[in-house]
Design a protein around this ligand. Sequence first.
Ligand SMILES: Nc1ncnc2c1ncn2[C@@H]1O[C@H](COP(=O)(O)OP(=O)(O)OP(=O)(O)O)[C@@H](O)[C@H]1O
Length: 264
Amino acid sequence: MSIEIESLVYRFPSGVTALDGVSLSIRAGEKVAVVGQNGAGKTTLVRHLNGVIKPTAGRVVVDGWDTADHTIAQLATKVGYLFQNPDQQLFARTVRQDVEFGPRNLGHPQSRRAELVTWALEATGLIDRADTHPYELSLSDRKRAALAAVLAMDTPIVVLDEPTTGQDHNAVQNIAKLIETFHGQGKTVVAITHDMDFCAENFDRVISMSAGRVLSDAPPDQAFADEEAVRNAALESPQILRLSQALALPPTTSVTTFTEYLTR
Ligand SMILES: Nc1ncnc2c1ncn2[C@@H]1O[C@H](COP(=O)(O)OP(=O)(O)OP(=O)(O)O)[C@@H](O)[C@H]1O
């Protein structure tokens, strides 16, 4: 499912202009990372995708639906959204109930619901905590419970706001695997991340933002090769790129390509 964002402007009631003319086209099945310093407008941008925020000016069109003309409930059939803060997302008395909420609301039949809930809990490593109250979980486990709730919705578009924050190495690897699974299923993935290694290794396209605008939009190799854009967005280059540069190898953000260069 594709996403079209046309000249998007968003101004908060306080008068802050968080988005100042963003135009983007995201094709079905793309894996897109949105990066940039704090306050660049990343969250405000992706919140338009599930209709939580409506444009002040311009248009956001998700699979042919102008979000201004559709409710959050309608858009939830197409877009699953992981909040940056899991406590804004979890509200039920058990993890299982939280994970079941989405597929129930989307009207999936009981058998399909059970299948989705079990899959999501297993995929996030929370199957043994299914009957726990979310607030008895650590923050990182609550983040994974919120992710499980998004997975169980089985939407064609998945939006993740900082999915790896507070997660240990294994959990980050697990999220990377999930993104690959989504990709294999033809889903579109849009993720905000501050982790440039995670960004370089798991996404096809990097959209870098600053002050409510898109600074650059390119595959990771190109995005990080643009030193001015990296500096303007206050980003740090991925370690693998810095290592390839330090070893005077052709610059790359891909571990696989880096290894090929080393063994040549
Ligand atoms: N509820 C709000 N009311 C007023 N201004 C807001 C509100 N939320 C965000 N802003 C402002 O809008 C701008 C963009 O914020 P946004 O949260 O979209 O940035 P971000 O790139 O996601 O930052 P971060 O990486 O810190 O999450 C910032 O100037 C921010 O202070």
